[in-house]
Design a protein. Structure first.
Length: 419
């Protein structure tokens, strides 16, 4: 176990009440900011309606990975808008069963309300960890200020408006970090298994755990994986898993996902989207993607050797999550919400001690963070600029900013080793 555990235990024992009040503050801010999208609308939000309908189809023992089946089922609920393909594991459909017992609009309202509560917990834990890991009196106040800034950035609103599952995935990541800090490595591994099984995020943390010989965390992860697989098969059989693996293989070998934007679309900020916009040859695209993945893993594993304590580990999660996002077949702006609590830590660290990486490095991080979380695809689309050839290189701005932040964090890890 890394150091600083006793500091966290003491803090949790003495100041938990003070920080619980932060939860309600963040909840109030998020609710006011999202008031016009919280109230039920005539049709379900795009991603939530897919989760809801897929769970219904799966409960009827039909194939939820067949888009035509989803659309027919949706029409039976009076959902007139398009239903997107279901890309997640059967575990999410199993977890969605309680929502399918409710009226679709009521289920949506409950989902969004829970999303706001989960996001409030995330921001609270983010400020919580930052104030502990950084030995500065103003760390908490500056962390709260940065958290409020992040509330108003594009990924927050996109996740709430779409009814996405990313918020809950990030919540379990944060709870896993909390468990690890509280010296409960098996629980930490168990909690991280759910995000990996739902959306393969953050699967790239597993090589780090192996390199660091975190056997108890890995044991908890595999226990969680086995339990989720067992109960999922118990509830809905083995066929959904067969279809999930089959669809995953299909999407990983094709440049188009039926029912979604093509992978070369300007809204896709992944490496696959970037290479698909440059090359027309599928073999070249896959080759570039394989080389990029190998390079990312090599860099992460080399940098992991420099991680000595919890503070360094917390900042090191940023490049892991960035790598995880950009290797997905499709990555949209709402996926960047995974970076929120960890970027807040890095920003506070550099705000209070800019000399550690120089003021220029801090300015660079600040600019990259804000620009990287700006919704360029929506800007181009709403302004009818998405067909302008001269602006097509700008489609990859989010990806380029993410790679830059990735590089900054790797540089930070090496720099901290020298100080």
């Amino acid at each position: 176990m890394l150091s600083q555990t006793s500091v966290f235990n003491k803090f949790f024992d003495t100041k938990i009440v003070k920080f619980s009040s932060l939860f309600f503050c963040f909840l109030a801010i998020l609710t006011l900011h999202s008031l016009n999208i919280i109230l039920p609308r005539q049709n379900l939000r795009s991603d939530f309606r897919t989760f809801y309908v897929a769970a219904k189809v799966n409960s009827d023992r039909n194939n939820a990975y067949n888009l035509d089946t989803l659309q027919v089922k949706a029409q039976g609920f009076g959902i007139n808008k398009e239903v997107y393909p279901y890309l997640y594991s059967p575990v999410l459909m199993n977890l969605m069963y309680p929502f399918t017992t409710l009226n679709p609009l009521l289920a949506e309202f409950v989902w969004i309300s829970l999303s706001l509560a989960a996001l409030s917990v995330i921001f609270t834990l983010g400020t919580y960890f930052t104030s502990l890991l950084l030995p500065y009196k103003k760390a908490l106040l500056i962390a709260i200020a940065w958290s409020i800034v992040f509330v108003f950035l594009a990924p927050t609103r996109n996740n709430i408006e779409l009814g996405q599952v990313n918020i809950f995935i990030l919540l379990f990541v944060m709870l896993s970090v909390l468990s690890y800090i509280k010296n409960k490595p098996r629980l930490a591994g168990f909690l991280i298994s759910l995000p990996v099984f739902l959306k393969l995020v953050p699967i790239l943390i597993l090589p780090l755990l192996i390199v660091k010989k975190q056997k108890n965390v890995l044991l908890g992860f595999f226990i969680g994986a086995l339990l989720m697989t067992f109960f999922s098969i118990l509830l809905s059989g083995v066929n959904p898993w067969i279809e999930y693996i089959r669809s995953g293989f299909h999407y990983s070998t094709n440049n188009e996902i039926l029912g979604l934007f093509q992978t070369d679309s300007f809204v896709n900020v992944s490496l696959l989207g970037f290479f698909s916009r440059i090359f027309n040859n599928s073999l070249i695209i896959r080759g570039c993607l394989a080389i990029s993945l190998l390079a990312l893993l090599t860099i992460l594993l080399m940098a992991s050797k420099k991680v000595k304590n919890i503070s360094e580990l917390y900042g090191y999660i940023v490049p892991i999550l960035i790598a995880n996002i950009i290797i997905l077949p499709v990555a949209y702006i709402h996926h960047l919400i995974y970076l929120y609590p960890f970027l807040i830590f890095l920003l506070v660290e550099n705000t209070l001690n800019p000399n550690k990486l120089t003021i220029y490095s801090f300015t660079t991080l600040l600019v990259l963070t804000i620009l990287g979380l700006f919704d360029y695809p929506t800007f181009f689309f709403e302004n009818s600029l998405h067909d302008a050839d001269i602006l097509k290189p700008a489609y990859s701005l989010n990806l380029l900013f993410l790679i830059s932040i990735f590089s900054f964090c790797i540089y930070r890890t090496k720099k901290r080793e020298r100080v």
